[in-house]
Design a protein around this ligand. Structure first.
Ligand code: SF4
Ligand code: ZN
Length: 357
């Protein structure tokens, strides 16, 4: 005999909540899930009334559920928000082109205006072209840095007050683990924040911060939401993959580990003796950065100059190479000096490629 919904509504349960273990019917699960997001939004005072919000929309389950739930809560609780969808087209054939069709369907289904920005327009390169240049080893570094900046630029363009992203509890727990494994104290101290300041006055918010990935999939499934579930054609970020596998293994032992890791990240206090980066503006593009030249500009310079490994490594080494590059640009040489990397004013990329950065 099917078990009864533990919310005592009298209906039969159709699912077991991964987060709490409760057996619920569809309607009570929807209510529990939406109430939790509403609680997160109101407790953290994520949005002020009469403001505009760009939802970073990839067509995947997280951003689709985020758009659906934010629209629903906005109407139900009268948040007085004007919503936009903001998508980034990385230029990945067979992946992003298809997922953008899903975003366009979301735009029509939810009646939310959509803005699409492409890497090609912003940086002059598609991810297909970048991978053709750099291979498949560091592609996610380029893609991640460019996407983050592209979303901020899109939010600026739309002149919104907030940028909402679909990061879920699993993503955040994974990031906490990753930062611990890497000893990245600066990122560890801010990766659990529900509101982060991108430095340009448009806060990034994560309304699904406490939603388990499994529940997001269940919600999308039972609500029959249209989303795109194919993996990117380029190999996913290997390091995050290890943290993900570790988290999934731990979750099998006890599903509470996801919330516990987030809680640990939230309450961890960084020693005042730790050196933290200070934010400044990139001298090239004006984007907020902890370095004189932001990571996106360094990576882009590497691509444009045929030095694809520039930016994949320590910032001090990057700075040194950029300085050498500047010096060499104006230098005249006869090509006989072993240290010289120039040929007239053009760089000889192969020599830079050999540098261990
Ligand atoms: Fe970009 Fe890597 Fe994600 Fe593909 S897997 S979309 S290359 S970050
Ligand atoms: Zn820059």
């Amino acid at each position: 005999m099917p078990s009864k919904c533990s919310a005592k509504c009298g209906r039969n349960a159709v699912l077991k909540r991964p987060k709490t273990g409760d057996s619920l019917c569809k309607e009570c699960f929807f209510e529990a899930f939406e109430n939790e997001v509403h609680f997160t939004v109101t407790k953290a005072k994520l949005f002020k009334p009469n403001t505009t919000v760009a939802i970073g929309a990839s067509g995947g389950k997280d951003s689709t559920v985020l758009a659906y739930v934010l629209k629903l809560l906005n109407e139900k609780y009268d948040y007085k928000l004007k919503l936009f969808l903001l998508s980034i087209d990385e230029g990945i054939t067979g992946y992003r082109d298809d997922s953008l069709d899903t975003v366009k369907q979301n735009r029509d289904d939810y009646d939310i205006p959509l803005k699409i920005l492409s890497y090609k327009d912003l940086y002059g390169w598609t991810m297909d072209e970048i991978v053709a240049e750099i291979g498949r080893k560091n592609n996610c570094t380029f893609c991640g840095v460019f996407r983050r900046q592209a979303l901020d630029r899109g939010a600026n363009l739309l002149k919104v007050d907030y940028l909402a992203t679909g990061h879920n509890a699993d993503d955040i727990a994974e990031t906490v683990l990753m930062n611990i494994l890497r000893g990245d104290v600066a990122r560890l101290s801010r990766c659990t924040s529900i509101i982060t300041d991108s430095g340009d006055g448009i806060p990034r918010v994560k309304p699904l911060k406490y939603c388990y990935e499994k529940e997001i999939v269940m919600y999308a499934y039972f609500r029959k939401l249209v989303y795109f579930s194919t993996e990117c054609v380029f190999a996913p970020n290997a390091y995050r993959g290890h943290a993900r596998i570790l988290l999934k293994d731990l979750e099998k032992i006890d599903p509470a580990v996801i919330m516990n890791i987030i809680h640990s990240g939230e309450t961890m206090k960084v020693s005042e003796h730790s050196k933290m980066p200070t934010l400044t503006k990139c001298t090239r593009c004006g984007y907020v950065s902890s370095q004189e030249i932001c990571k996106a500009c360094v990576l882009l310079e590497g691509l444009n100059k045929g030095l694809p490994r520039l930016g994949i490594g320590k910032s001090s080494k990057v700075k040194r190479i950029l300085e050498e590059n500047e010096k060499l640009k104006g230098a005249s040489c006869n090509g006989e000096d072993n240290k010289c990397l120039c040929s007239g004013n053009d760089l000889k990329p192969s020599k830079f490629n050999d540098l261990k950065i």
